[in-house]
Design a binder for this molecule. Structure first.
Ligand code: SF4
Length: 348
C-alpha cells in the first residue's frame, strides 16, 4: 500500500505552486490507467424519498427544515424508474433517501430491491444495486443485503470526531457511524464513504487525516465533494474560516485519493459539477471513474436539495461530456470496485 505522511499531504493540499497541482493530476491519471482504464461507470440515482429522521446541521433534508415538501415515491414508481434505467443501458442504480428509521420502511426497501433484482435478472445480468439510507441496525443492513443490494454508501463527512460533533446534533455519534461502516463490511457489502471539503472550521490537517482514514478503513468506494451551504440550515450562518478554494482542494483530494487507493471506485460528485462548469471533466482528470445521473422524477428534484443549486445533467449530456474529456462511458457494465474483490481474496 502506498502511504504519504500527513505533513506531505498537507503540503500538497496547501501548495500554491501550479506545478504541484499538475504533478498530482498527472500522477493520478497514470495510476488510474495502470490500475483501471478510461471507463466511467454509471449509477442511476433514484432519490425515492426526502423524509429524514435526522437533523444534520448542513443538510437541506434535515428533519426540522419545514420549507421543503416531503415526498415518498410509490413502490411501482421506483421499480419502473429502475427498469427504465436498465433498459437505457445502466447496469447499476443507487436508491437514496433521508435516513430511514422504521422496520416497516426497511421491509419496503427490501421488497423493492428484491423485485428490481428479479425483474432485471429475467432480462440478463440484472441491475447492481447500491443503497444510501443512512445508519441502520446490523439486522436491517443484513436484511437489505439478503434482498439483493450489494453496495452501500455511508459518508463519514469528516474523520475528525470534534468536527463531526460540530456539524451534527448531540444524538448522532461518530462512533455509531464507524460501527455502521464496520457492520456493512462484515456483512459483505462493497462499502463507500466520503467527506465534505471546505466545512467551516475544517483544516488541511483534517483533510489529510480523511485520506489516511479511508486507507485505514480499506474502503471500496469514495465520494468527496465541496461543501456547498444550504441557506435553510444552521451551518449556513457559520462564519468560521473556510479552506479558501474548496473546488481546487477537492480536485487535489481526488487526485491524492487515486494515487493512494488506485483500485477503488471514486465518484465525480454532483456537488463538484454544481460548483464549477468544468467540475465533471476536472473530477475525471483527477481520477474519478463513476458518475451518478439523477433519475428522480422532475417534480421531486427541487425537494431533494441536500445543498443549494444542485446541478442535474441528463444521461446523454453526461456521456457526451465524458467523451469530450477523453474518457469512455461504460454502459451495460456493473463496474464494481476491483479493490473489493482483492480484499475478499486476501481475507478468504
Ligand atoms: S445528511 Fe442524510 S441523515 Fe443527515 S439530514 Fe441529510 S439526509 Fe438526513
Amino acid at each position: 500500500m502506498i502511504s504519504f505522511s500527513k505533513d506531505l499531504i498537507v503540503d500538497y493540499l496547501k501548495s500554491e505552486d501550479s506545478e504541484v497541482h499538475d504533478f498530482l493530476l498527472e500522477k493520478a491519471e497514470r495510476y488510474r490507467l495502470e490500475n483501471r482504464d478510461k471507463a466511467v461507470y454509471f449509477r442511476g440515482l433514484i432519490e425515492y424519498s426526502n423524509i429524514c429522521s435526522q437533523n444534520c446541521y448542513y443538510c437541506g433534508l434535515r428533519r426540522d427544515n419545514r420549507l421543503i415538501k416531503r415526498y415518498h415515491l410509490e413502490r411501482d414508481e421506483i421499480i419502473n424508474l429502475a427498469m427504465q434505467a436498465y433498459n437505457a443501458g445502466y447496469q447499476s442504480i443507487c436508491l437514496q433517501a433521508g435516513q430511514i428509521s422504521s422496520n416497516k420502511e426497511v421491509d419496503f426497501v427490501a421488497d423493492v430491491v428484491a423485485t428490481i433484482k428479479k425483474l432485471s435478472e429475467s432480462k440478463g445480468q440484472g441491475l447492481g444495486i447500491t443503497l444510501s439510507l443512512g445508519e441502520l441496525s446490523y439486522r436491517q443492513y443484513q436484511q437489505l443485503w439478503d434482498a439483493g443490494a450489494h453496495r452501500y454508501l455511508l459518508r463519514i463527512e469528516t474523520s475528525n470526531p470534534l468536527l463531526f460533533k460540530k456539524i451534527h446534533p448531540p444524538d448522532q455519534s461518530f462512533n455509531q457511524r464507524l460501527e455502521c461502516l464496520q457492520a456493512l463490511r462484515e456483512i459483505g457489502y462493497q462499502v463507500g464513504t466520503g467527506v465534505m471539503i471546505g466545512l467551516p472550521g475544517q483544516s488541511y490537517e483534517d483533510l489529510a487525516q480523511d485520506l489516511q482514514f479511508f486507507q485505514e478503513k480499506d474502503i471500496d468506494m469514495l465520494g468527496m465533494g465541496p461543501y456547498i451551504p444550504h441557506p435553510d440550515t444552521p451551518l449556513a450562518g457559520e462564519q468560521e474560516e473556510f479552506i479558501p478554494d474548496a473546488f481546487a482542494t477537492t480536485i487535489r483530494m481526488l487526485a491524492l485519493a487515486r494515487i493512494l487507493m488506485p483500485d477503488i471506485n471514486m465518484v465525480a460528485s454532483t456537488a463538484l459539477q454544481s460548483i464549477h462548469p468544468d467540475g465533471l471533466k476536472m473530477g475525471l482528470k483527477a481520477g474519478a471513474n463513476i458518475v451518478m445521473p439523477i433519475l428522480t422524477p422532475e417534480e421531486n428534484r427541487r425537494d431533494y436539495m441536500l445543498y443549494a443549486n444542485k446541478k442535474h445533467s441528463a444521461f446523454e449530456t453526461l456521456q457526451q461530456d465524458i467523451k469530450a474529456a477523453s474518457y469512455e462511458p461504460a454502459l451495460w457494465q456493473w463496474g464494481d470496485s476491483p479493490h473489493y474483490f482483492k480484499r475478499k481474496e486476501e481475507h478468504a
